[in-house]
Design a protein around this ligand. Structure first.
Ligand code: BES
Ligand code: MN
Ligand code: ZN
Length: 468
């Protein structure tokens, strides 16, 4: 611990001086030490390590704040106060926001179905304090942003983690309406009839084996000027993916309740942006259905005609996400987008390539991809670009239709991206494969086990910093 810090603590809280001066606490990142002060109002102080000065970034602040608030939560504490930090080239605003994000996002648990959890005490208030006027002002200026991000990420996590008997297409639509209340976001739900009249053949094909009808959710936020072109976010909304007739093995299939994480991301994203009142126009589009096997289900060999008139031969009914996204990417043109970004738990191949830490990024417009990479690095929601070289197209050539919906095992994330590329309109486009990053099998820093809420923070940062 820094000498100055020790001195200050020992002066303010004499009872802590022995432990503070013991050198037992080394200050490595994620480590915490609890001090019993004997003082009223602040009976416990948690000191959180930031590691070495040279390696300290805003992500370090998020992780340290997360470690501190988890330690506090372990004592059943309901009110915590964190000290604002600005140091090591991090601005006061960025520092305050990072600390709030780390503390707020880390105590999330999807425990609403655990009856015993009802009475468990949880952290319900977080205060940020400082004796520096500059930091206090910085804290105030990012407060609404922090709350908005928290609400958006939590919404996305809740939606992604909810089981299929809670969140299926119609309840996903209801959740979008409920979340938009009071935010200024307009929500329109296209029902099966409307979807049929729009000839969204991909969405209808995936839905035809299911008892539950599909929906197409349209959310619009107008925070910018009336004639500003909107960002359009598209999210894969498969509320459960059995694989259909090309059915998946039983082991691990329950994870496929999270096959609508793309939808969760764009719904959480637009809500966060609206709550933060960012001066931009945004549209979120969610094609949603289950992917079920049944007597009426799509089968391999079928040929599907999409909204834009193109056709695809079904090679594997488990490659369903791209079929519903195809129609949504066509529909997106209607809004004359500034840029279209889709989020989808699209391929197991992406998980093989990048694991659960990094999302696959693909696209056609280098300016947009650069902006996404910057936003991803600021928010620590890692992305890695995969190439859409036209040579890969051979893998999805069909003898009987314009394209085939599966290219087999090799370069599976890329052939999925190339399939989508067939359906984009005249707009800059990027595709995020979040199959690995959407569902986490273990808790880590401010990331929970289960639905992670990936992409929400990145989207907020992207539209907030976007340079045309
Ligand atoms: N939803 C899955 C992809 C997925 C896998 C998401 C693991 C999250 C974790 C997608 O619909 C799928 O089944 N993709 C197939 C495509 C293949 C048949 C071309 C896959 O990746 O195996
Ligand atoms: Mn599938
Ligand atoms: Zn799927």
């Amino acid at each position: 611990m820094l000498k100055a810090g020790k001195k200050r603590l020992a002066e303010l809280f004499p009872a802590t001086s022995a432990v503070v001066n013991s050198d037992d606490f080394k200050g490595s990142l994620r480590s915490t030490m609890v001090l019993y002060t004997g003082a009223k109002g602040a009976s416990k102080i948690i000191v959180a390590g930031l590691g070495k000065k040279e390696t300290c970034t805003i992500e370090t602040l998020r992780r340290a704040a997360s470690a501190a608030s988890k330690r506090a939560a372990s004592y059943g504490v309901q009110n915590i106060a964190l000290e604002g930090v600005a140091a090591h080239g991090i601005s006061a605003e960025d520092g305050c926001l990072a600390i709030l994000e780390g503390a707020m996002l880390s105590n999330y648990k999807f425990d609403k179905y655990i009856t015993a959890a009802k009475n468990k005490k949880k952290i319900s208030s977080i205060t940020l304090f400082s004796d520096s006027k500059q930091l206090v002002n910085a804290g105030k200026s990012v407060l609404n942003m922090a709350r908005s991000i928290y609400d958006g990420v939590t919404l996305a996590r809740n939606l992604a983690q909810a089981p299929n008997n809670e969140i299926y297409p119609e309840t996903l639509a209801k959740s979008a309406i409920a979340a938009a209340k009071g935010t200024g976001v307009k929500v329109t739900i296209l029902d099966k009839k409307k979807i049929q009249s729009l000839k969204m053949g991909g969405l209808l094909a995936v839905n035809q084996g299911s008892v539950r009808p599909p929906v197409f959710i349209v959310m619009e936020y107008k925070g910018g000027k009336a004639n500003d072109k909107p960002f359009v976010f598209v999210g894969k909304g498969i509320t459960f993916d059995t694989g259909g007739i090309s059915i998946k093995p039983a082991a691990g299939m329950s994870d496929m309740k999270g096959d609508m994480h793309g939808a969760a991301t764009v719904i959480g994203g637009i809500i966060a942006i609206a709550k933060a009142k960012l001066p931009v126009n945004v549209v979120a589009l969610v094609p949603s259905t289950e992917n079920m096997p049944s007597g009426s289900a799509l089968v391999p060999g079928d040929i599907v005609t999409f909204m834009n008139g193109k056709t695809a031969e079904i090679d594997n009914t488990d490659a369903e996400g791209r079929l519903i996204l195809a129609d949504a990417l066509t529909y997106a043109s209607k809004f004359k987008p500034k840029a279209v970004i889709d989020f989808a738990t699209l391929t197991g191949a992406c998980v093989v390539a990048l694991g659960t830490i990094t999302s696959g990024l693909m696209g056609t417009n280098s300016h947009l991809l650069e902006q996404i990479k910057k936003a991803a690095s600021r928010t620590n929601e890692y992305v890695c670009e995969l190439p859409l070289h036209e040579e890969y197209e051979d893998l999805i050539k069909s003898d009987f239709a314009d394209v085939k919906n599966s290219g087999g095992r090799w370069a599976g994330a890329i052939t999925a991206g190339l399939f989508l590329k067939h359906f984009i309109g005249d707009y800059p486009w990027a595709h995020m494969d979040i199959a690995g990053t959407g569902m986490s099998s273990s808790e880590r820093d401010y990331w929970p086990k289960g639905g992670t809420g990936i992409g929400v923070r990145m989207l907020v940062d992207l539209v907030n910093h976007y340079k045309a």
